[in-house]
Design a protein around this ligand. Sequence first.
Ligand code: CA
Length: 170
Amino acid sequence: MDDRTAILREWFDRVDSGRTGSITAPQLKRALAVGNLNIAVTVVEQMIRMYDFDRNGTMSFEEFVALNNFLLKVQHAFSDLERGQGYLSSHDVSEALVKMGFSLDTPSFYSLCESFDQKKNGRLRLDDFISLCIFVQSARNLFDSFDTAKQGRVALDFNQFVYCTANCRI
Ligand SMILES: [Ca+2]
């Protein structure tokens, strides 16, 4: 076990207060709040769904390590661009998303930014930005699961559309 894994393990065991070997959405939400990240429980649930490989609704240590890798990537993108301000402007968000491999057109980018700009002041703090990235990544995963021919385009019937929107609603 390397140092980073050992630190994560310690953190995980502290959050897993009942020593069940897995952590739940409310436990993860509380743990993130200790680190000053105020993330809506629906977003935390989405985080868990993204990496819940065995689909049991909770996060094992291995699943948590995968989530943590994603969160580190998001945090790095944020700190690269926040320039000591503590927030990203929508221009910075766009740049960060491109760096992370998401290039969106203007209408989808702005509606995305607006929905995650909690204070509606054009400034996305780290928790807003994490929520936004969780949404974009899960939308990407869901899209890819339908785009089996990898053509960048999918055709959905109404049931599939409802399935998608229900899955991405956070
Ligand atoms: Ca699981």
